[in-house]
Write a protein that binds this ligand. Structure first.
Ligand SMILES: C[S@@+](CC[C@H](N)C(=O)[O-])C[C@H]1O[C@@H](n2cnc3c(N)ncnc32)[C@H](O)[C@@H]1O
Length: 238
C-alpha cells in the first residue's frame, strides 16, 4: 500500500512540476517519482530529453540524494525552441531549489554515452523519437545493474519509439517489460520470461489505438478522438 505521507509529498512535487510545460501526465510523474524515490544514496539518474524540465523536476525532487544527469542538445526544430529551452530548464530548476541535484549536459545522448564510464541507477528515455535514436538510447542500459529500471516515454505512441522497442527490447536478453502507464513503459534489467515478452507484444493494441487517434487529430476530428478517450488537448497521445 502507498504511504499517505508519500502521497502528500508527491502531490506537492507534481503541483510544482505541473507548472512546467511538457509532456508527462500525473500518473506518469508518479512512476518517475516512485522509481527515483526507491534509489539508494548518491544515486545517478540519466534522463535523455529534458526539454523545459517537467520530468527533470519530478526526478530531482524525488531523489533522496544524488544527481539527475539531464542530457539534451537543445536543438532548434519545428517543435523545439533551441538554446532558450535550456535557459527555461535552468530557471525551472532554480525556482524549485533543485539546481544542485541536476547536472545539465547540453549534448546528444550518443555523444554523452560514448564518453560515459560510471554505473548509473535509473535510465529515463524521452529524447529523439526515431527508431535509431531509441535503439541507441537503450544502449545506456549497459551502465545499469540487474534489478535496475529503464523508463521509456512515448512507448507505443510514437512510431519510431515503438519500432525501437520491438527491435531492441523484444529480442533482448536483459530487458524485462513490467508495465506501462499511458505511453510510459517500465522495464527491469534481467532475463525476460516468455510471459514478459508476450506482455510487450500485447501493447501493440494500445499502439494501434494511438495511431488511430493521431489520424483523427490530423483530420481535425478532435471530438471523435475525445469520444474514444483522448483527453490530452492539443497533443498526440502520450
Ligand atoms: C519530448 S521532449 C522531452 C520532454 C521532457 N522529458 C518533459 O517531461 O517535458 C524531447 C527532448 O529530447 C531532446 N532531444 C532530441 N534529440 C536528442 C538527442 N539525440 N539526445 C538527447 N535529447 C535529445 C529534444 O531537444 C527535446 O527537448
Amino acid at each position: 500500500m502507498d504511504n499517505p505521507l508519500d502521497d502528500d509529498e508527491f502531490g506537492h512535487i507534481f503541483a510544482s512540476a505541473d507548472r512546467v510545460p511538457g509532456w508527462l501526465t500525473r500518473d506518469q510523474a508518479r512512476v518517475l517519482h516512485d522509481e527515483a524515490r526507491r534509489l539508494g544514496p548518491d544515486a545517478i539518474v540519466v534522463e535523455i530529453g529534458s526539454h523545459q524540465g517537467r520530468s527533470t523536476t519530478v526526478l530531482a525532487a524525488a531523489l533522496r540524494s544524488g544527481t539527475v544527469v539531464a542530457v539534451d542538445p537543445f536543438i532548434t526544430t519545428r517543435r523545439y525552441a533551441g538554446p532558450s529551452v535550456r535557459v527555461q530548464l535552468e530557471r525551472h530548476l532554480s525556482d524549485r531549489g533543485l539546481s544542485h541535484r541536476v547536472d545539465v549536459v547540453a549534448d546528444y545522448s550518443r555523444a554523452v554515452r560514448e564518453r560515459w564510464s560510471e554505473p548509473i541507477d535509473l535510465l529515463f528515455v524521452d529524447g529523439k523519437h526515431d527508431m535509431g535514436s531509441c535503439i541507441d538510447d537503450l544502449r545506456w542500459r549497459s551502465h545499469l545493474r540487474p534489478g535496475d529500471r529503464v523508463l521509456v516515454h512515448d512507448a507505443f505512441s510514437s512510431l519510431g519509439v515503438t519500432l525501437g522497442l520491438l527491435v531492441a527490447a523484444l529480442p533482448s536478453r536483459d530487458l524485462i517489460f513490467l508495465d506501462r502507464t499511458g505511453s510510459l513503459a517500465r522495464f527491469e534489467i534481467g532475463p525476460p520470461s516468455p510471459r514478459s515478452r508476450l506482455l510487450l507484444i500485447g501493447q501493440t493494441g494500445w499502439w494501434v489505438r494511438n495511431l488511430f487517434i493521431k489520424v483523427l487529430l490530423r483530420l481535425r476530428l478532435h471530438r471523435i478522438a475525445r469520444l474514444i478517450g483522448h483527453d490530452q488537448p492539443g497533443a498526440d497521445p502520450y
